[in-house]
Design a protein around this ligand. Sequence first.
Ligand code: SAH
Length: 257
Amino acid sequence: MIPFKPKKKFGQNFLINKNLSAKIASFIDVKNCDSLIEIGPGLGSLTKEIINIDIAEKKFIEIDGDCVDYLQKSISEINGNIINEDFLKIDLNSFKSPMVIVGNFPYNISNQILFKIYENRNIIQSMVGMFQFEVAERICSPKGSKKYGVLSVLIQAYFNVEMKIKIRPNNFYPAPKIDSAVIKIVKYRDHLNCNEKLFKEVVKTTFNLRRKKIRNSLKTLNYSQIKFDNPIFDKRPEELGVLEFINLTNLLNNENI
Ligand code: SAH
């Protein structure tokens, strides 16, 4: 059934439950969008469900030449729209936008995919994607949770996040050792009311020392003249929601002028 030996280095776990592919496809909403990008179509389990979606541009980005050959033979409509490249190296501005990103992603590059979505948020409207369960949970975690971290804040600052379904290993070939989950993220704003570069820096810097009060972590940035007497500096990063990080960013920015 599988035309070649799955490649670990490309994180290949092919979805073999057709009902699930159809269900994942049903979460995709392309309204008001001009391109649909699938990352890692593999042997086409999700691709078959989305190939006929009506949208100006559809592109399928697959790093593995064996998958590309197989897809070209088995899904005729894909011809001309499959790109044999590394998603992480592709300039997303070369596609039409707003854009929807979908895929059962290669788990070895989950974080890099999420950072790329964050960096390209100005052109990305939504994403429906499968991750290892633990990463999916992290993205959807609210403040106060142990799983809450840098990517939770950066994604939730711009996107509504929703855990859709949990998927057991036996739905894949080869079966991964861990559970997976599909999440959907939908952008609700393009900009924050603060210096967005500094926001990212503050989030990253404070979570670097997750257990420490943010006062201590922020001292490593160059804000020597700040008194740090606001009670917010006594908190730990996981206690701060998006809004509190925005307020914190403004506090640092204003004091520094
Ligand atoms: N979507 C398919 C395959 C999932 S496995 C399915 O559900 O069955 C992950 C897929 O991503 C594989 O086909 C793998 O070759 C591809 N892949 C891995 N790294 C990639 C990268 N950097 N860019 C594009 N595709 C990649």
